[in-house]
Write a protein that binds this ligand. Structure first.
Ligand code: CO8
Length: 260
């Protein structure tokens, strides 16, 4: 598939998706968002891809937010539609059915922080800076930042970050649980590839169900979420990978999971 604003590479079972507008710090304009949507659909349906890394081109920025040129001319109706469309695209990444690692190589602001939060895991360079600076533009997050940030770091911290619009450093993002890991900037991609390769060797159906159980389960009452988990647990028992994983343990060898 041809893209202009994103790069999509494969390295075995790992796909690397790079937002590629470094001159504007990888800001998300409408065409870029649409390419992310198309790339997400392609990656979801490609069984050869078992883990994805999402990053930004250049050394300075992951994604510096929605493109402010477009925000400056939005109307009430287009603003609502664009927010809903972006939320839909980010949902695709959250529910891709395989792990997506945000490799945060610099600024992750506004829509950039929101997209990172829609990823399954977040690994940040020690030089990265994260935040929801929308308040400084007289607007609010529109790509589900108010919701995902509150779920990730708790209501109090989310209120503080979104109301002040402050940028925080990677170490602080790690401390409050906004990112999973912080690594030296120079080794970010190597570390992200290592983690992606580890995940890509895991049983694909079980990974898909784990992501679904956590994402969907958190939105359900606890008792219903436990029933949902039990149902997925039962389903996973139908897979060849379950038989392979348990047999490999008993035979003291490494499992070879096929995603069936
Ligand atoms: N949109 C468009 N252009 C941008 C953006 C952006 N978000 N961020 C940076 N750029 C451009 C700059 O205008 C500049 O362009 P030029 O070279 O033509 O002047 C170029 O990128 C380089 O940026 P700077 O010169 O500003 O670089 P600095 O190192 O001085 O500063 C910062 C880096 C701090 C990241 C600074 O660029 C900045 O503050 N950027 C804006 C960050 C921001 O406010 N992001 C949030 C945007 S709002 C949002 O994301 C809402 C999401 C929900 C929308 C839902 C409905 C659509």
């Amino acid at each position: 598939m041809a893209f202009e604003n994103v790069l999509l590479e494969r390295d075995g079972a790992v796909a690397i998706l790079t937002v590629n507008r470094p001159k504007v710090l990888n800001a998300l304009n409408a065409p870029t968002l649409d390419e992310l949507r198309r790339a997400a659909l392609e990656l979801r349906h490609d069984d050869g891809v078992r883990a994805v890394i999402l990053t930004g081109a250049g050394e300075k920025s992951f994604i510096a937010g929605a493109d402010i040129n477009e925000l400056a001319v939005q109307t009430p109706t287009t603003g609502r539609e664009h927010a809903l469309h972006g939320q839909h695209v980010f949902d695709l990444f959250e529910n891709l059915g395989k792990p997506v690692i945000a490799a945060i190589n610099g600024y992750a602001l506004g829509g950039g922080c929101e997209l990172a939060m829609a990823c399954t895991l977040r690994m940040a360079a020690d030089t990265a800076r994260l935040g929801q600076p929308e308040i400084n533009l007289g607007i609010i997050p529109g790509y589900a930042g108010t919701q995902r940030l509150a779920r990730l770091v708790g209501k109090g911290k989310a209120m503080e970050l979104i109301l002040t619009g402050v940028q925080i450093e990677a170490a602080e993002a790690l401390r409050i649980g906004l990112v999973n890991r912080v690594v030296p900037a120079a080794s970010l991609m190597a570390e992200a590839r290592k983690l992606a390769a580890t995940l890509a060797a895991n049983a694909p159906v079980a990974m898909r169900y784990i992501i679904s159980a956590i994402n969907k389960g958190l939105e359900m009452p606890f008792a219903e979420a436990c029933i949902f988990e039990a149902t997925l647990f039962g389903l996973v028992a139908s897979t060849d990978d379950m038989r392979e994983g348990t047999r490999a343990f008993l035979e003291k060898r490494k499992a070879d999971f096929k995603g069936r």
